[in-house]
Design a protein around this ligand. Structure first.
Ligand code: ATP
Ligand code: MG
Length: 398
């Protein structure tokens, strides 16, 4: 009964899932575990499944016919350090021998090799035998059943894990998880998502520190094309596939940029438009109860990303501006973009709003007081309010 889905079919495939940094967090653990469960239910939507947690492990059951699909989703799930597909058995030696033999037979027949070691994890300290005694007993029983197997502590071909809990779980291969904190435990941030390489990576990195994200994109139609916007939509959808629901706010930014161009010296325009983006994003943050802004800025990558420029562009918001890429080299950022699958979309060649309005010689080290005064003189507050009012919102990941 317990392991059937609503239609009565058996949920015969089990995943044993190890939460990530959760273990370190003492009193916060129940809250982290709740977030993990909630996120996992959302991630497994559409797959028949049952989810339980006991003693710092999640147990996910699904149909064996859907196991590969579940594994694919688990591989990209943020907040777990790994998972395995164990053979479960009762807590007695004969049953444990059978389970161990099943795992060993699968390893041998799939050509993993004949040299192994046993690693016993006695999570339930009430189990009468200690780990060493269990290892000796299972090892010698396996030796009798598979005379060709050899035990070696150093450099084995595979490791047979047995976790002794309310039941015993045996497995040889655990897959690495994405790690990080469960999305949502650090509150919500507003990601400034352009169509470039950097910002989707920045969003992904902050999601791994527990931030749920909504995103904002500033577009300058007709200076930027419909395709440029579609590219950002594709990136938002891709992010949502990893971090869960993302609302994307598309803010018409042309009027603001035109005004900046009319009222400010050419070399300052990029900086002012960045400052305006921050200001609009922080208004959106208040509306969405977000605690921070996230950008793809990386120190000195372009003129608007020197320390002096960053000081100014962030001065229009009181919220912390989180810049996870600040110390990363472009190649490192690209490697992450490839890993999360955003790179191919990011390099599609559509104009971004700032390349259209970019001056030939932008200021590199603005003087703070002077550029602040020049920003005030733009008298642009009302246009920013207007732009946000006209924003369109699209929801991804639901
Ligand atoms: P990216 O690759 O993320 O576009 P970039 O190297 O091109 O970054 P900039 O264009 O200077 O750098 O942008 C710096 C950051 O400002 C971006 O990472 C993004 O967070 C934000 N940003 C820039 N343009 C936009 C935009 N049109 N809409 C939303 N955010 C933007
Ligand atoms: Mg850009």
């Amino acid at each position: 009964m317990q392991d059937m889905d609503a239609g009565g079919a058996e949920l015969d495939e089990l995943f044993l899932i190890k939460p990530g940094e959760l273990m370190l967090k003492g009193d916060n653990r129940p809250m982290f575990m709740r977030a993990l469960r909630r996120n996992m239910r959302a991630m497994m939507k559409g797959l028949p499944h049952r989810l339980e947690d006991r003693h710092c492990r999640l147990y996910l059951r699904t149909h064996s016919s859907r196991a590969e699909e579940a594994a694919c989703r688990l591989r990209r799930f943020i907040g777990i350090s790994g998972f395995a597909r164990p053979v479960a058995c009762a807590r007695d030696m004969d049953a444990m021998e059978e389970a161990a033999a099943k795992v060993a037979a699968a390893c041998v027949s799939s050509g993993k090799g004949l040299v192994y070691k046993l690693r016993i994890h006695r999570a339930d300290k009430n189990f009468p035998l200690d780990s060493y005694a269990v290892a000796c007993e299972i090892g010698s029983r396996l030796g009798r059943r598979f005379p060709a197997l050899k035990v070696r502590m150093k450099d084995p071909d595979w490791i047979l894990h047995m976790e002794i809990r309310e039941s015993v779980y045996a497995y040889a291969f655990a897959e690495e998880g994405e790690r990080g904190l469960p999305v949502g435990v650090a509150g919500k941030g507003i990601l400034l998502l352009s169509g470039g390489i950097d910002s989707p990576v920045a969003g992904y990195m902050m999601a791994k520190r527990g931030l749920r994200l909504d995103a904002v994109y500033f577009h300058s139609y007709p200076y930027t094309s419909r395709q440029a916007q579609e590219k950002v939509e594709t990136l938002a959808a891709m992010l949502a596939g990893r971090i869960g629901r993302v609302d994307l706010y598309i803010v018409p930014f042309t009027d603001v940029q035109v005004k900046i161009r009319e009222r400010a010296p050419a070399e300052e325009t990029t900086l002012h438009s960045r400052a305006c983006m921050m200001r609009i994003a922080s208004r959106l943050a208040y509306r969405k109860k977000a605690n921070s802004l996230v950008t793809g800025e990386s120190l000195a990558q372009v003129a608007s990303q020197t320390a002096e420029s960053l000081r100014f562009t962030a001065s229009t918001t009181e919220l912390p501006v989180l810049r996870p890429l600040i110390g990363m080299a472009k190649e490192e950022i690209i490697a992450l973009a490839l890993k999360i699958g955003s790179y191919e979309t990011s390099i599609l060649p559509y104009e971004d709003c700032c390349s259209v309005f970019s001056p030939r010689h932008p200021l590199i080290r603005p003087k703070y007081e002077a550029i602040r005064a020049s920003f005030e003189a733009l008298n642009i507050e009302e246009d920013l309010t207007d732009a946000l009012k006209k924003a369109e919102v699209l929801r991804f990941g639901e």
